[in-house]
Design a protein around this ligand. Structure first.
Ligand SMILES: NC(=O)c1ccc[n+]([C@@H]2O[C@H](COP(=O)([O-])OP(=O)(O)OC[C@H]3O[C@@H](n4cnc5c(N)ncnc54)[C@H](O)[C@@H]3O)[C@@H](O)[C@H]2O)c1
Length: 423
């Protein structure tokens, strides 16, 4: 078959590589970013993904920003972004644009697979009418629409596109079967055939909403236990040795990334349109969105102990990525923390080894040099080495550990003001 992957980002690029490596299909990778295509053509990897870096060195496929080259594909797989707008409503424009591009080439017998995360109903309510209107073909009769949500976890050393189980559903049972076999040809794990599009769409959304709600639970506990004087991290570790029915989640300065802080809004908004109000999901979002503010509150309390305020204080913000050891800033709580600190008049130094352009110093030593307080917002490996000895000859007095990743007792014993989140 000819298989085209549309959108070569964290999801699409590893996928195109996997199909090219494991199958005999002819693979086309299409992206509107000419810059990205040029990088990939040089066999360089534009994303942080070790397996993908390796794949690009060892295999090749046709990479293009010329949409003419997607013509005649048996399967078009859409992996474009589906973010939310500033008001948290889903932005489906990139998805619609990709689908419109496909509609120029769509023929009978072909299949359009959406891998991008979408709310229940997008395939039938948006993708289907767009394609049918532009092509005069009928979905489920002349061509098929399918959904096979990606679950990739960038930076994960174990789980990747080759071994994460998948769910797939489409407009026709025989197409679902065909696609399941197609995915099985390069995925070494279960590919579950689901009965309809809406169920697959909803599956992905509830996975990420589950995470958001559980994180909101521990984030709320962090605030409560700070008042009660209980160390939540110790409590979670205790609860986690229950061998069944407890799954540890940990509090932090906020939830970031392209999925967890975004996907619940997809369901909230779609359910609202049908008259259902998701109170629980909205509350979880509200709690998680409040964590950068809470982090600033903890910092203000710390500075207060030294009769200082954020205004004019020399503060080092360490880490801009939304998670450790990954150069991805999407929806990162660090961005909010930075904004709040600047708004409060902090004399701010920012450092993230993955983002030299967002940093105003080039190394950790310079970031710590004149700081009175540090705020750890990402637990990059480089920051885990920060210890009392390292800070002994600096002016640092206050440490706000937004990821609970440093040795609390070592700092306390050495006389620093240390405060984690619920820790
Ligand atoms: N990143 C993750 O961890 C992850 C995990 C699971 C699911 N997802 C979902 O997968 C989808 C893609 O996410 P991502 O992280 O790969 O995004 P990304 O931003 O890394 O990559 C998307 C790519 O699509 C390209 N693009 C945008 N519009 C296009 C168009 N009209 N035609 C062709 N190319 C276009 C962009 O240039 C970019 O290279 C999203 O829906 C996301 O929610 C992401």
């Amino acid at each position: 078959m000819k298989v085209t992957v549309i959108g070569l980002g964290y999801v699409g690029l590893p996928l195109a590589c996997a199909i090219a490596r494991k199958t005999k299909h002819s693979v086309v990778g299409y992206d509107i970013s000419e810059e990205k295509i040029e990088i990939i053509k040089k066999r360089e990897c534009p994303i942080d993904d070790e397996q993908c870096e390796k794949d690009l060195k060892e295999i090749s496929f046709n990479c293009t920003s010329n949409s003419e080259q997607i013509r005649g594909s048996d399967i078009y797989i859409v992996c474009v972004p589906t973010p939310v707008l500033n008001d948290y409503t889903p932005n489906l424009e990139p998805l619609k644009e990709a689908v419109l591009e496909i509609s120029k080439f769509l023929e009978k017998g072909q299949t359009v697979v959406i891998e991008s995360t979408i709310n229940p109903g997008v395939c039938e309510e948006i993708v289907k009418p767009l394609l049918e209107e532009k092509t005069a073909l009928k979905a489920g009769v002349d061509f098929d629409i399918a959904h096979c949500p990606e679950r990739i976890n960038p930076g994960d050393p174990v789980w990747n596109v080759y071994n994460i189980p998948r769910n797939v559903g489409s407009t026709r049972a025989e197409t679902t079967k065909m696609l399941a076999d197609f995915y099985r040809s390069f995925i070494d794990n279960e590919v579950n055939e689901m009965p309809d599009l809406k169920s697959v769409e909803a599956t992905k959304i509830i996975e990420n909403t589950f995470r958001d709600i559980n994180i909101a639970f521990v984030n709320e506990l962090a605030k409560s236990f700070d008042v009660l004087g209980i160390d939540l991290v110790t409590v979670i570790k205790g609860a986690a040795n229950k061998p069944f029915a407890f799954m540890p989640h940990y509090p932090s300065c906020g939830v970031g990334g392209h999925c967890i802080p975004v996907d619940p809004y997809f369901l909230i908004e779609r359910a609202k349109k049908s008259g259902f109000d998701h109170k629980y999901l909205k509350l979880a979002r509200e709690i998680n969105n409040s964590m950068p503010f809470y982090t600033i509150e903890l910092l203000a309390n710390g500075l207060n102990e030294f009769e200082k305020s954020i205004k004019g204080a020399k503060i080092a913000l360490l880490g801009m990525s939304y998670k450790a050891d990954v150069g991805d800033i999407r929806e990162s709580p660090s961005l909010k923390i930075e904004k709040l600190l600047l708004k409060s008049g902090a004399n701010l130094t920012v450092f993230d080894p993955y983002f030299p352009l967002l940093s105003n110093v080039s190394n950790l030593k310079d970031a710590l040099k004149d700081a009175f307080a540090i705020v750890i917002a990402t637990d990059h490996k480089e920051f885990l080495n920060i210890n009392p000895e390292m800070l002994a000859n600096t002016k640092v007095k206050v440490i706000i550990d937004g990821k609970n990743c440093l040795n609390k007792s070592a700092f306390k014993e050495a006389g620093f003001y240390y405060k984690g989140i619920g820790h």
